[in-house]
Write a protein that binds this ligand. Sequence first.
Ligand code: FEO
Length: 397
Amino acid sequence: MSAKLIKEGVYAVGVTDWNERCFHGHTYVTKRGVTYNSYLILDEKITLIDTVRAGFEKELIENIKSVVDPAKIDVIIINHIEPDHSGAFPEILKACPNAKIYGTEKAKQGLLKYYGVCGDWSSVKSGQKLCIGKRTLDFIDVPMIHWPDSMFTYSAYDKILFSNDGFGQHYATNKIFDDEVNFGALMDEAQKYYANILWPFNMLVASKLASIDKLNLNIEFIAPSHGLVWRKHISEIMQKYLYWSSHSCKNRIAVVYETMWSSTEKMARKIVEGISSEGVEAVLFDVTKNDRTDIASYMLDAKGWVFGSSTHDGGMLSVIAGFLHFLKGSKAKGCKSFAFGSYGWSGEAVKDIEDTISNVTSFEPSLKILWNPTCEELDKCFKVGKTFALKIKSELN
Ligand code: FEO
């Protein structure tokens, strides 16, 4: 990819990682690949906002060169130091020997810890501004959205909010803007991104959105450091962030299970039939066959969660245990759940499930069945699913 014009004087110079499928050390399956966005502003002081992942340094430098000699860059702004944005920083420092570097104090500490260098650094915080010529850039701290060092940078002249991870999507494309790709696919990726990156920080996202709203920024572009630049659908993505961060729930139920010899799976299928009999949307996820990334995205706005596991060695099976470990870090609220599963001795899996995520959801009475479910027991699964669906419907009415 070469540099692409966002608007006069502002270029996208980042890179596209078309084949990245295991982002964040295998915790995030990126079926559409990833982009690491970096932005170049031509003004009296030539300014680079964020760098890219290690391994893409040369491509970033070539993209910058297609617009300007990197040695002429005066300012580098580091909105966030996670290595997908800072890995190229040491090489960029060498290519831009005259640049002054700006970021939060936490970012400085982090860069020194990761790379042993931070360049000619100035720490900045919310309320501080930097004049680069016609433009004055505003810095906005967004700590824990999603790292302690995170910040946004706003250019009032361009009406662009450079939001780093905020409003990102893992969507590799040779397009630049939100209106150049399929809207449904884009929003799916934005939701998946929120569920897998920002969900644990719901309260912070909500309060930061409120404080940014009070700033009355005139925003015509949101330029994140992953995926497409928002220009047409800004109000939609803002509304979605308000909705996701408030954990508003839809009338739908996720049924997530792991089975050993299919008994728990038979129960799961009957439970879904019972839910469906009440006209409530439900999706069945075998946690061993679906990406955690996709399940979390569906669960982000599901009102009901149902978890099943066979009992093994006195607890739940290991893959669903890993999934619930992830889920207990979410800041879900208001969800109703119940646990179910088959067993051969004493059936500890359901209690194990309940104990693991009781911090984020409340449980209805569980259902456990010895060995293999009989026809009568499958009828019971159907009825439990139906009753749970009625409960979910009544909670939302
Ligand atoms: Fe895209 Fe927090 O890094």
